[in-house]
Design a protein around this ligand. Structure first.
Ligand code: TXA
Ligand code: MG
Length: 347
């Protein structure tokens, strides 16, 4: 699986039961996945979905992923399961891949942003799987609606303490340790297969080349008519301090009190907030969001990140970093989240 090795997280059955009771009562529970932590509610309960939007401060037009247990009857959510979806589910679920399919009748508008599609994912984390299997055992076909457990536009949480920092102690958080992958799932749109083929809506740990190879067909880049994806706002995933992507040579003139994350340049002895970044993409992704949050906690005046190397393994990281740079205070795209030029529906 795409991700760094992490110790297996313990599943506490009493905690899972307590979480299930909350979900059944329409309350929210934050839970770990292998990508980032999710802010979950019962996907069949419109009041729970409303509570997610309210707590996150997220515009109601932005759809939410439904998380399902392995082997769940997907027909409750999607009215067509194309053969391509079955191939990908077989190969990559549980795992960091979200599939956008045509929604079944009865799926709440609040989940889909009123669009005709629904996003489905089966995460590969023992705690998430215990929660999803527990809910499906009590209510066959049920799923957990969950965006990343952060306030809208902010950095996704990769540890339980990040979720507590965002929302305080009133929210139940299942602690599953540091998220293995560290960046959000790959999102592939299969809702327009017959006309367009598969369309990549958000890059992630499972790359386009791997998807193309498994499917035996090319993957298209996102187009202007693609279903809305809020991670596609140009300004998203932003730390509090302004973030710049810089060349290694620029780091020689970095001011003090600027947080630096560089994979190739060693810290000068007198710099107070310089961290060495991993030089492989798996470890880099695993540490990225915790590093940005760490700089915010230090109260640095700005964050300078050495532009990551190019190459397929780095595509999702480059995507998140450019959005973080666009979303940080002072950046052109910062005020309220400018739409990505590649996504006319982005705002
Ligand atoms: O790794 C992940 O995907 C994490 C974990 C918690 O599963 N979830 C996550 O959720 O990143 P969120 O809501 O922060 O980002 C999901 C993205 C959003 O940009 C949303 O607009 C898009 O998925 N999305 C959800 N439903 C969609 C749909 N029907 N069509 C197109 N995009 C959709
Ligand atoms: Mg998010």
């Amino acid at each position: 699986m795409a991700g760094v090795p992490v110790p297996a997280a313990a599943v506490d059955p009493a905690q899972i039961d307590a979480a299930l009771e909350r979900l059944e009562a329409g309350q929210l529970v934050a839970f770990p996945t292998e990508t980032v932590y999710g802010l979950g509610g019962d996907a069949r309960n419109p009041a729970a979905i409303e509570a997610i939007f309210e707590l996150k401060g997220r515009p109601r037009s932005h759809p939410v992923i439904v998380h399902v247990a392995p082997g769940t009857g997907l027909r409750a959510w999607a009215r067509e399961i194309p053969a391509a979806a079955e191939v990908l589910i077989e190969r990559f679920w549980p795992g960091p891949l979200t599939l956008v399919l045509l929604r079944a009748s009865g799926v709440a508008d609040a989940l889909t942003g009123g669009q005709d599609t629904v996003a489905l994912r089966c995460p590969a984390h023992p705690v998430a799987l215990a929660l999803l299997a527990g809910l499906a055992a009590r209510h066959p076909g049920a799923g957990v609606a969950a965006p990343s457990a952060n306030r809208f536009g902010r950095i996704s949480p990769t540890r339980a303490e990040h979720v507590r920092d965002e929302f305080g102690s009133a929210l139940m958080v299942l602690d599953g340790g540091p998220a293995q992958v560290g960046i959000e799932s790959t999102i592939l749109d299969l809702s327009r297969l017959s006309t367009l083929g598969p369309v990549l809506l958000r890059p992630g740990a499972i790359g386009a080349a791997e998807l193309a190879e498994v499917l035996g067909m090319p993957i298209r880049a996102r187009d202007a008519r693609a279903p809305r994806t809020s991670g596609n706002l140009a300004a998203h995933y932003a730390p509090l301090a302004p973030l710049r992507l810089v060349a290694a040579s620029e780091l020689l003139q970095v001011p003090v009190n600027v947080g630096v994350w560089s994979y190739s340049v060693t810290a000068p002895p007198d710099h107070n907030a310089w961290q060495r970044a991993p030089s492989d993409p798996l470890h880099y992704a695993h540490e990225l969001y915790a590093t940005l949050r760490g700089f915010d906690r230090l109260g640095v005046s700005a964050i300078w990140i050495e532009a990551p190397p190019e190459g397929p393994g780095w595509a999702a990281i480059a995507d998140r970093l450019s959005r973080a740079a666009a979303g940080a205070p002072g950046a052109a795209g910062a005020a309220g989240g400018a739409a990505d030029p590649g996504n006319a529906l982005g705002a």
